[in-house]
Ligand binder design. Sequence first.
Ligand code: NDP
Ligand code: 2IT
Length: 445
Amino acid sequence: MYRSISDFMNSVATRNTGEPEFHQAVQEVTESLWEYLKKNPHYLEARILDRLVEPERMVIFRVPWLNDLGEVEINRGYRVEFNSAIGPYKGGLRFHPSVNLSILKFLGFEQVFKNSLTSLPMGGGKGGSDFDPKGKSDNEVMSFCQSFMTELQRHIGPVTDVPAGDIGVGAREIGFLFGQYKRIRNEFTGVLTGKALNWGGSLIRPEATGYGCVYFTEEMLKTKGESFDGKTVAISGSGNVAQFAAEKVIDLGGKPVTLSDSGGFIHDPDGINQEKLAFVMELKNVRRGRIEEYAKKFGCDHHERKRPWLVKCDVALPSATQNEINSEEAKTLISNGCGCVAEGANMPTEPDAVTLLQESNTLFGPGKAANAGGVAVSGLEMSQNAMRIQWSREELDEKLQGIMASIHNQCLRHGSDDGNVDYVRGANIAGFIKVADAMLDQGVV
Ligand code: NDP
Ligand code: 2IT
């Protein structure tokens, strides 16, 4: 048995060398759970935490494909099947040159707790490749996706492991992946979520992560008697999550003033309205251009290679990637009067920055709670596929709002003391209990 958190973390570091993002995710969860585990020693005796940090299965494979010049290209494919105690493995695929095992293990580990929080029967997994879809033709993306799925199809299935999108994997990629799965397996089945509406997809799935993040943030603001109305909101990213977070902020009377991509951020002090957002969606989803074009089109500033956190705002929604708010940026947010940070992305806030935000009583919503709306509606897509029906937009939006409110309640239940809410602790303990109890019930497997 481990004597301390550092004792436990040393063992994790030794078994998983060179995986800093994975260590970071495990450390945060371990710190949240430690006191709870000491009070509930049956989890420690059954070594549940040790088992939780060990993925059930990891697959790494070669992905060879031909580019438009007829040259051979090689990428590396991965699927980390982390935990299936409460349902089939479920989680996105990320295509980005930075992808490695550490990043996918951190994402898969987070997904286990996130999926548990949704209250739907989904285990946790994550996968992807170091393939970079940027600058590739549609044919090249298809060639890559077909090769990737030719191997991945052996390991997944609608009751085994159900991937979806993440960074670099959107409707186009899901289409190519699904087509290849169907061709090889001769099965039309709900093996992926995020499908297009006319072949098994769910309404509200594209919107779900961004909308869900804003619904969760609204619940947080309500605890202080506040709402989005009239609030200035800084958002990072300009992809799926950022776009629909901005849309819902506008709906609720808030004013999004920033968006970003890997080239920098735009600052529009007049606010990004629906019409400007439509331009962003066309720019990013159809033309696959750079956010800098927004600044040229609407006459505002583009800050090259910078992140939006120096802009004065009431709410910040980091929605691009991991570790995109450091402690200096957290200090700037605090001194600018930002009262709430909710993570649309996975682990965008560095640990020191989280501590600073929490110590300054800034409401802080961790990704596994705040961005769970995406996978929640993926779970609802699975249900609709299994029943061969389609729910309406209104029904799904209502279910999504209910799920985000329930996740918020679970955070309050396990994270409240002295009138303050530690949403990190609340989300980690609530997510843990359901998975840990299922593992106990199922024996040493
Ligand atoms: P997209 O690929 O649609 O968009 C990603 C955005 O983030 C782009 O604007 C991209 O800019 C920017 N970005 C990505 N990597 C970097 C980087 N290293 N530095 C700076 N900017 C970067 O992805 P999503 O919107 O789907 O995902 C965003 C985040 O949300 C991720 O953390 C993902 O894990 C998380 N998430 C996504 C869910 C979903 O349903 N899609 C669900 C829950 C969480 P550029 O185009 O220049 O690369
Ligand atoms: O991080 C995430 O929750 C996602 N990328 C969505 C996963 C899913 O299965 O919908």
